[in-house]
Design a protein around this ligand. Structure first.
Ligand code: ASP
Length: 342
């Protein structure tokens, strides 16, 4: 008989782990050490399921790069012991955290599956049980002794999505996440069907390393018709700002106003990086297609292609924190490091 599969469940906080306190009636976190009391179905897997609970558990709106470090270090410290990891996380910023971990965990060869819920696990109609059960099944899936999905992913409702391609697209529906520019890595119906052509498998084997230096000297600026110079200027003049993610229109278009291009050119000439991402939910930046983006190109703005803002934010923070020169950071921002761009 083969070795029993072992999975580490890391509960960071969020709705999924909540139950109604019988005395006060308020939502309180459950004791994850006794997770199978809440979800008895877990016993039927026959896996070793261990749990770690963050102290304190946090609403995901309070997540910071320090939280990402704690998540990544928990995985690193337990990497040799477990076959896979399930991270339970609030849905609100899950796409940021899961994206961050995809860039932090270098040399990852085991599944790291994020999931959460729209309704607490203690509520009758919860989506949390199914999400948890299937996330564990995916984290444990192996073929010829190797994991089927050795990536950081988000499992939600019935789809497994690449973490750094995912956005939270509904605050209401059980189907809360989407991956507009990449098909799901798996779909769970009667069976879990894996899309093996899209799943990334390691080509070089190397020990797991955690990149955990972040520089948060960056901003996201979403353009809108009528945006004024004072607003653009004050963002670019923020002390310590080294990188700007510019959310532009359509295929990467922006106003052709001379002051706007002057502000961007001055920031870039001073060593700043401006990364162009689209406000559209799907599709890619294609600078130079219209005159309204040719000016950006001339000013030195670089293209984020079809990256999500969530992935762009975490990728930029990590690259700015890497100590690499600006031209290396810029060149790495324009290409895919771990499947985040087409
Ligand atoms: N506000 C919660 C959070 O993101 C919502 C959730 O858990 O889904 O932590």
């Amino acid at each position: 008989m083969g070795k029993r599969i072992s999975i580490l469940i890391i509960y960071t906080g969020g709705t999924i782990g909540m139950v109604n306190d019988p005395v006060t009636g308020t939502l309180v976190p459950i004791n994850f050490r006794h997770i199978s009391d809440q979800v008895p179905e877990l016993r039927r897997f026959g896996f070793t399921l261990d749990t770690v609970t963050f102290d304190p558990v946090i609403d995901s709106s309070d997540v910071t790069p320090e939280t990402w470090k704690a998540m990544a270090n928990t995985i690193r410290d337990n990497y040799s012991i477990y076959d896979g990891f399930v991270v339970l996380h609030g849905t609100d910023t899950m796409a940021y955290s899961a994206s961050a971990l995809s860039f932090m965990l270098r040399g990852l060869e085991k599944p790291v599956i994020f999931t959460g819920a729209q309704l607490p696990i203690g509520v009758l109609r919860t989506d949390g049980k199914e999400n948890l059960i299937t996330a564990i099944e995916i984290a444990a899936a192996q073929e010829n002794g190797l994991p089927v999905v050795p990536e950081v992913c988000i499992y939600f409702e019935n789809r497994l999505l690449r973490s750094n391609r995912t956005v939270k697209s509904s605050s209401e529906h059980f189907n809360a996440f989407s991956s507009p520019n990449l098909p799901p890595l798996a779909e769970a119906g009667l069976q879990i069907r894996y899309n093996r052509d899209i799943i990334r498998y390691p080509t070089v084997r190397r020990p797991l390393e955690v990149a955990d230096t972040f520089d948060t000297g960056m901003a996201v600026l979403r353009l809108f018709p009528g945006i004024g110079r004072a607003t653009v200027h004050s963002v670019l003049a923020a002390p310590g700002l080294r990188g700007l993610i510019l959310e532009t229109f359509g295929t990467g278009n922006a106003p052709t106003l001379p002051w706007f291009l002057e502000e961007l050119s001055a920031f870039i000439a001073g060593g700043g990086i401006v990364l162009n991402v689209t406000q559209c939910q799907a599709g890619s930046v294609d600078m130079g297609l219209y005159e309204t983006s040719a000016g950006l190109l001339r000013a030195g703005v670089i293209s984020g292609g079809d990256i999500t803002t969530e992935a762009a934010v975490t990728k930029m923070m990590i690259l700015l924190g890497s100590g690499l020169p600006v031209d290396r950071v810029s060149s790495m921002l324009t290409r895919s490091l771990c499947g985040e761009m087409s």
